[in-house]
Design a protein around this ligand. Structure first.
Ligand code: 13P
Ligand code: SF4
Length: 304
């Protein structure tokens, strides 16, 4: 194991590369990453990174695509080419064009968990950490089309009171969280604060103490005077939280809340990506990238 880490370190230097990892990635990948964060933090990192020539993006395809759009001068490598996000693939460009025709006066807001084509057809992008903040800056009388996650969409609607047309996409991993799981976790750990991701259904969100993105969970836990937390999102973040807060206790809502795509990689795949023997260099066709960048830049501006 040590020699693989040493090899990764040497290759990183040789290629002037940085490793970015989402909080849902396997612990061994998070531990070698230069930066571990949520979708928003990773987008900012990709946009602001000035020194590296290459980004090894340990996450799923839409994240690497976002980095390639925001940082076109860098080589962005996705170590596992078939690590996709089923939710992002639940709407096609043609379907969004038709949905827009049904609501011609609505503004289009897309979750970052979407393809570059969808971002190119949207007015503004968001992540779960800035979705409410962005929607709050949109005039109340302005209708919003939200794609592709109906659950994050309904949460924004609940928080802001906007009239919204929601695409019926969902995250299979978060949809797997049930009210029974939350009730059981509360019974087993009555002292713990229950934090849930807005991709989870409303009946589960309503039972939690706090609804927040993965980045929101990291900041909340750090600042909280509480010592125990039930974490109702993908299990990988428990590693991140435990590493950042060794003195606190974290209980995953259920060991079955796993995103299979986020778990396809390993230290070996990171090493192969750096060596050029594995992974895929992610490129976005220029015609799509030059449109998609507007919705992403708008997100970055409105999140400040
Ligand atoms: P965040 O990183 O924005 O919390 O999103 C979670 C997620 O499901 C990423 O795919
Ligand atoms: Fe997509 Fe859900 Fe996996 Fe995130 S956790 S990558 S939304 S399937």
């Amino acid at each position: 194991m040590q020699s693989l880490i040493e090899k990764i370190t040497a290759l990183k230097k040789q290629r002037n590369a940085i490793i970015l990892s989402h909080t849902y990635q396997p612990g061994e990948i998070q531990d070698v990453a230069d930066y571990v964060g949520d979708s928003y933090g990773l987008s900012v990192k990709a946009a602001e990174e000035k020194r590296a020539d290459c980004i090894v993006f340990c996450g799923v395809r839409f994240m690497a695509e976002t980095a390639a759009i925001l940082s076109p001068q860098k080589e962005v490598i996705l170590p596992i080419p078939d690590a996709g996000c089923p939710m992002a693939d639940m709407i096609t460009a043609e379907e969004l064009v038709d949905f827009k025709k049904e609501h011609p006066d609505y503004l289009v807001m897309c979750y970052v968990n979407s393809t570059a084509e969808i971002k190119a057809l949207s007015d503004i992008c968001c992540t779960s950490s800035n979705a409410v903040k962005i929607a709050e800056q949109i005039p109340k009388e302005q209708g919003i089309i939200f794609v592709p996650d109906q659950y994050l969409g309904s949460w924004i609607q609940e928080k802001t009171g906007h009239t919204m047309a929601l695409w019926e996409g969902f995250c299979p991993t978060h949809l797997h969280i049930s009210p029974e799981m939350i009730a059981n976790a509360k019974k087993e750990h009555p002292e713990a604060v229950v934090l849930i991701h807005p991709e989870a259904p409303k009946e589960c969100r309503d039972l939690a103490d706090g609804v927040m993105s993965t980045g929101g969970m990291c900041s909340y836990v750090k600042e909280s005077s509480e010592n125990a937390f039930v974490i109702a999102t993908e299990i990988g973040i428990v590693h991140t939280l435990q590493r950042q807060n060794p003195e606190k206790k974290f209980y995953p809502i259920d060991s079955s809340v796993v995103c299979p795509n986020m778990k396809k990689g390993s230290l070996q795949s990171v090493c192969d990506a750096l060596e050029g023997t594995g992974g895929e260099v992610i490129t976005v066709p220029e015609a799509i990238a030059e449109k998609a960048i507007h919705s992403l830049q708008k997100m970055l501006e409105m999140s400040k």
